[in-house]
Ligand binder design. Structure first.
Ligand SMILES: Nc1ncnc2c1ncn2[C@@H]1O[C@H](COP(=O)(O)OP(=O)(O)OP(=O)(O)O)[C@@H](O)[C@H]1O
Ligand SMILES: [Mg+2]
Length: 257
């Protein structure tokens, strides 16, 4: 399988703190990879480096064989990397459907001229975007909530809506930052099934951050464990969960997180 993402010796220094320290890993197409580790391990910082929100201190990030270090975040999104945030970022006063539609519009293929005159090309595109928004909502079980203001959506569904918004930009690589945070075990299990379904139906790859390995071990072909910015271990769930360094540094402390 072709490499989709290749991170080599990635380091991010905040003053004296190495939030990410010499991290290297690869992701293949159509893969689901887990990124786990205790609070402050550097997980979200890796997402911010991949998406161009933070500049790197050193190291390289290649996406589809191209170096993306130094590119503007919008450019990286255009290339096919989109994300959700650890803290939900929705338009709270817009409806569920409008939230998806505003995200779809960023990838719309018509000019301001087309839209101002409501030319056929604009109307065709609008129809396509509406259909796409409906399809995404349906897959994620949000259709019946489409006209509700996002703020009134139950918390677990707000998290799903965040994923739909990231999906609306047609990613090749979807980055999910603790998508199951605050969900109960049932909601979490349903979400994990949906993540696999998104991967399969949209032929994309997913990098998912979690605190708890047990939540993602069933769906990830590979898990990367971080601790204090350093990569502690990499492998399938069995390898990682039996690694003594992981047990000591991470699994021994799950009660705190
Ligand atoms: N913009 C910043 N400026 C300074 N320090 C930062 C910044 N962003 C992150 N850090 C520090 O980098 C370290 C890694 O943070 P990061 O948010 O990546 O951790 P995390 O693994 O996502 O943790 P959590 O599980 O709590 O979300 C932490 O010590 C954090 O305080
Ligand atoms: Mg984080």
């Amino acid at each position: 399988m072709a490499e989709l993402l290749e991170i080599s010796h990635l380091t991010k220094q905040f003053g004296g703190l190495a939030a990410v320290n010499d991290v290297s890993f690869k992701m293949s197409e159509h893969g689901i990879v887990g990124l786990i580790g205790p609070n402050g391990a550097g997980k979200t910082t890796i997402f911010n480096l991949i998406t161009g929100v933070y500049s790197t201190t050193s190291g390289t990030i290649q996406f589809e064989g191209k170096n993306i270090v130094g590119l503007e975040p919008y450019k990286i999104a255009d290339m096919g990397i989109t994300r959700t945030f650890q803290n939900i970022r929705l338009f709270k006063n817009l409806t569920v459907f409008e939230n998806v539609l505003t995200a779809c519009h960023r990838s719309a293929d018509y000019s301001l001229f087309d839209s101002a005159l409501r030319l056929p090309r604009f109307r065709r595109e609008e129809k396509k975007l509406n259909e796409k928004a409906e399809a995404l909502l349906s897959i994620m079980g949000l259709s019946e909530w489409r006209d509700l203001v996002a703020n009134n959506l139950p918390y677990g569904l707000q998290r799903r809506l965040e994923i739909v918004r990231a999906m609306a930009l047609d990613p090749k690589l979807l980055l999910l930052d603790e998508p199951a945070a605050g969900m109960n075990p049932d909601e979490t299990e349903q979400l994990m099934n949906l993540i696999v379904r998104l991967r399969d139906e949209f032929h994309l790859s997913i990098l998912v951050i979690e605190h708890h390995m047990d939540l993602i071990m069933g769906i990830c072909e590979k898990i990367i464990v971080l601790n204090f910015g350093l990569m502690l271990a990499e492998g399938d769930a069995e390898v990682v969960s039996n690694d003594p360094r992981v047990i000591e540094a991470y699994l021994g402390k799950t009660e705190e997180s």
